[in-house]
Design a binder for this molecule. Structure first.
Ligand code: UDP
Length: 243
């Protein structure tokens, strides 16, 4: 089976977590820079109206399905592929770094969040080589990129929210060598333990967004109008392209 598809023209890699990690391992081995996008409906909708953002998604190295919305969009096209939650993928990369003594960098979230994230991971993996960590509230991108570059990381997790994190990674990618860079959204909030992860039952049913919306009702305004519109667009797109 072809391991690629598109949703509203955005390329999607049809990988499960093991396959996605394998791609990262290969890129690391070959010392290729590797930009991973954990893609969701908001990003795809943004790419419809924001050409530079579309180009970022179109030119990234791997776009994995982070959301049930994208899974549904693929289903409309007759493709069955499970999502890989961004937090889970980020966790796997931290494990991979710990196992293989890779240099890892964390950028994003509030100061207390990123501090607690490092503490928690170091408790779990005492030998984890965190070469850089910094909160995500800054506007001197060039300086931050230079700081990260000095540390020559193998893996960089960037949690600044979208599209800021993807735009930042594009700039970072020009400066690093052989690094895997992943936009991880609000994952650090979860790793820090300061934001509760949704219960497994919600994760299994793909209703994580609902759980997070209940906890943070302000997300409702952001997500709610996007999802139905996204699915309607996907249905129309599938019908038009079939006919
Ligand atoms: N964030 C940041 N710098 C900013 C704005 C946001 O580091 O200037 C962080 C914020 O603290 C949070 C993450 O980016 O940890 C975005 O989380 P959100 O839940 O909005 O992202 P999603 O997972 O929905 O993409």
């Amino acid at each position: 089976m072809e391991k690629k598809a598109t949703v509203l023209n955005c390329p999607i890699d049809l990988y499960n977590a093991d396959e996605a990690i394998k791609e990262v391992r290969e890129a690391l081995k070959e010392k290729r820079n590797f930009h991973v996008v954990t893609i969701n409906p908001e990003m795809i909708m943004n790419a419809q109206k924001n050409k530079p953002f579309f180009e970022i998604i179109n030119n990234s190295d791997m776009n994995i399905i982070d959301s049930v919305g994208v899974k549904l969009a693929l289903k409309i096209k007759g493709i069955n592929q499970n999502q890989i939650r961004g937090v889970d993928f980020a966790r796997l990369l931290v494990k991979e770094a710990a196992k293989n003594n890779l240099k890892i960098a964390f950028l994003g979230a509030k100061e207390e969040v990123i501090k607690k994230t490092c503490e928690n991971f170091l408790k779990k993996y005492p030998s984890l080589n965190i070469v850089y960590s910094r909160n995500g509230y800054f506007n001197n991108d060039d300086e931050i990129i230079e700081e990260i570059k000095q540390k020559t990381p193998d893996i960089v997790l960037v949690g600044l929210g979208s599209p800021r994190q993807e735009e930042f990674i594009v700039k970072l990618k020009k400066e690093l060598q052989g690094a895997t860079m992943v936009g991880v959204g609000g994952s650090f909030d979860v790793f820090s333990g300061l934001v509760k992860e949704s219960p497994k039952i919600y994760q299994k049913m793909g209703l994580e967004w609902l759980y997070r919306t209940i906890l943070q009702p302000e997300r409702f305004k952001r997500i709610f109008p996007v999802l139905p519109l996204f699915l309607i667009k996907c249905i129309i797109d599938t019908i038009v392209n079939r006919g």
